[in-house]
Design a protein around this ligand. Structure first.
Ligand SMILES: [Zn+2]
Length: 60
């Protein structure tokens, strides 16, 4: 049987984002449809642009 990429995997609205929660430092998951991220630990919801801005500022 041929290997193929599951199209539903790409359609999954959650993608693992390499950002830390601004509240608790937990792992954030990006919710692509709403351009938002949710923390897997405290369930805090952030706008992606706010998370990007915060973490870029920290590493600059
Ligand atoms: Zn959190």
């Amino acid at each position: 049987m041929a290997e193929f990429t599951n199209p539903y995997a790409e359609a999954d609205p959650f993608v693992e984002a390499h950002f830390d929660c601004l509240n608790c430092g937990g792992k954030l998951w990006e919710y692509a449809i709403q351009r938002a991220m949710v923390c897997e630990d405290c369930r805090a919801l952030f706008r992606s642009e706010d998370v990007y801005a915060d973490q870029v500022a920290e590493t600059a």
